[in-house]
Write a protein that binds this ligand. Structure first.
Ligand code: BES
Ligand code: MN
Ligand code: ZN
Length: 500
């Protein structure tokens, strides 16, 4: 794995060395300590700002190299804009923007994190640190040419000191976020990993590593799943040389006996489409068709690492969807664990088949208070919402409200889409209880409508993350192909509503 920068919180002192970062508002006013640190440089800041047209706008930076009269090798000035308009959700982005300016060669970075007037809260400081940590992530384990000797492939591995008025409080706010960062980075690694490396058994092995954090792990192999009657899931994997798995992860940090929240993930390690094979163009992206499962593993990591006071179950269905002599055919009919039968019309609509059994199993075995599933389920959701929002389908208004709020707070936003019996006729089958495709119209909805048949009356939400959890555009705190989407969203939902 790429090396992570070392982040610590220290006292504010008017000394700068290595790479120094200071904050200014739209009047280019500095904090008290930064002002005295930069005093020896005289008019440096105002002159440089003028010549660069830097006005201290939110998120804009001014980069000064080897400033005379200062012991720092580099001074990065970060704009905060109008302080009155500065929202708490900006700090993670500001951290990311700052990290983007830190050169790979930097050994030591000091951020004087103070406002022109007043202090930066512990929470804001910790969010800033999270932004730095997430921006520093790089997936480069398959690059064999080292770009420089010190930093692994040019990765930022500097020591980062964030100077704040109350370091102890900032450290306390950082501890859970460091756990969350670990979960996000784990999810990113899983999504970025190619499918020749990350097949179901290997995925199960990596999920099993959560044992060392105190997560209980069960891995079900093909034999165990056959016994349970998970023929929909197994049908998807039967054309692959790699055997399917189902992994159950349990974190019991809540009151004993309290019913858990359950998170279920689609883990199609590679989706060729099967016999209904996909076109070649961009098929390589389908290594990310396990992003839902990756999020579940990342979330379980985060919960365990921060010792969340919640009982949570994570379940991931791991398969590879391949054509081959043993592959399932269009027209095949499978009997799910629930007893309901599904006619396969298109073998490329495989995610719902995996989830049909994974959802039923989870509901049946754990009787969860809430069940949320994440799946890169349909291209149709990308057509509907683009890559800004995940589609949310649910049988419970309160759950939707809570997820929407957690989305606004974390920036991992969800948009509710409809469900309804009117859509059922699109998935009626001539030969079985239902068919696995509902035609072009409302493709994301008919997929969700099928999933709903496997959750009973459990309060449930399905998040279609095809647009948000893989192949994303870079953002301030993510330059990874797989962003680890959903870990912060669900962690926040749990923190807001399900911790004792
Ligand atoms: N994994 C795909 C959906 C997908 C598409 C995810 C693009 C990410 C980016 C899913 O298994 C799939 O192939 N869905 C089909 C369903 C269709 C055959 C009914 C689709 O969306 O085209
Ligand atoms: Mn598919
Ligand atoms: Zn798929």
């Amino acid at each position: 794995m790429a090396r992570a920068p070392k982040i610590s919180f220290v006292e504010l002192k008017p000394s700068v060395a290595g790479t120094a970062v200071v904050l200014v508002d739209e009047n280019l006013s500095l904090g008290r300590v930064a002002k005295s640190a930069l005093a020896p440089a005289g008019q440096l800041l105002s002159r440089a700002a003028k010549s660069e047209g830097f006005k201290g706008k939110l998120g804009k930076t001014l980069d000064l190299i080897a400033p005379a009269e200062l012991s720092a090798d580099r001074l990065i000035v970060l704009g905060l804009g109008k302080l009155k308009e500065l929202k708490p959700t900006e700090w993670i982005k500001l951290g990311g923007k700052t990290m983007a300016k830190v050169p790979a060669s930097a050994k030591k970075v000091t951020v004087l994190l103070e406002l022109p007037e007043g202090t930066v809260s512990a929470t804001a400081a910790a969010e800033f640190a999270l932004g730095m940590r997430l921006r520093a992530y790089k997936f480069d384990r398959y690059k064999t040419k080292k770009k420089n000797d010190d930093a692994e492939n040019g990765d930022v591995s500097a020591d980062i000191s964030i100077a704040v008025s109350d370091p102890a409080a900032a450290r306390k706010a950082w501890a859970p976020r460091e756990a969350i960062a670990g979960g996000i980075v784990l999810a990113r690694d899983l999504v970025n990993e190619p499918a020749n490396v990350l097949y179901p058994a290997e995925f199960a092995k990596r999920a099993s590593a959560l044992k060392k954090l105190g997560v209980g792990i069960d891995v079900l192999d093909v034999k165990a799943m056959k016994k349970l009657g998970m023929n929909a899931l197994l049908g998807v994997g039967q054309g692959s040389a790699h055997e399917s798995r189902l992994v159950v992860m349990r974190w019991n940090g809540g009151k004993k006996g309290k019913p858990p929240v359950a998170i279920v993930g689609k883990g199609v390690c590679f989706d060729t489409g099967g016999i209904s094979i996909k076109p070649a163009s961009n098929m390589e992206d389908m290594k990310g068709d396990m992003a839902g499962a990756a999020c579940v593993v990342g979330l379980m990591h985060a919960l365990a690492a921060r010792k969340a006071k919640v009982n949570a179950v994570g379940v991931i269905g791991l398969v590879e969807n391949m054509p081959g002599g043993e592959a399932q055919r269009p027209g095949d009919i499978v009997k799910t664990m629930s007893g309901q039968t599904i006619e396969i019309i298109n073998t490329d609509a495989e995610g719902r088949l995996v989830l049909a059994d994974a959802l039923w199993y989870t509901k049946d075995r754990f009787k969860p208070k809430f069940m949320i599933n994440l799946a890169t389920l349909t291209g149709a959701i990308i057509v509907a919402l683009g890559q800004e929002y995940a589609g949310m389908f649910s049988n419970n208004d309160k759950l939707c409200e809570h997820l929407t709020a957690a989305g606004q707070e974390t920036g991992e936003r969800v948009w509710r889409m409809p469900l309804g019996p009117e859509y059922d006729k699109q998935i009626d089958s001539k030969f079985a209880d239902m068919k696995n495709t509902g035609g072009r119209n409302g493709g994301a909805i008919t997929a969700a409508q099928l999933l709903q048949r496997f959750v009973g009356d459990t309060p449930w939400a399905h998040l279609d993350v095809a647009g948000t959890a893989m192949a994303v555009q870079p953002s301030d705190y993510n330059t990874s192909w797989g962003p680890g989407w959903g870990v912060r969203l669900l962690n926040r939902w749990i923190e807001n509503h399900h911790e004792d």
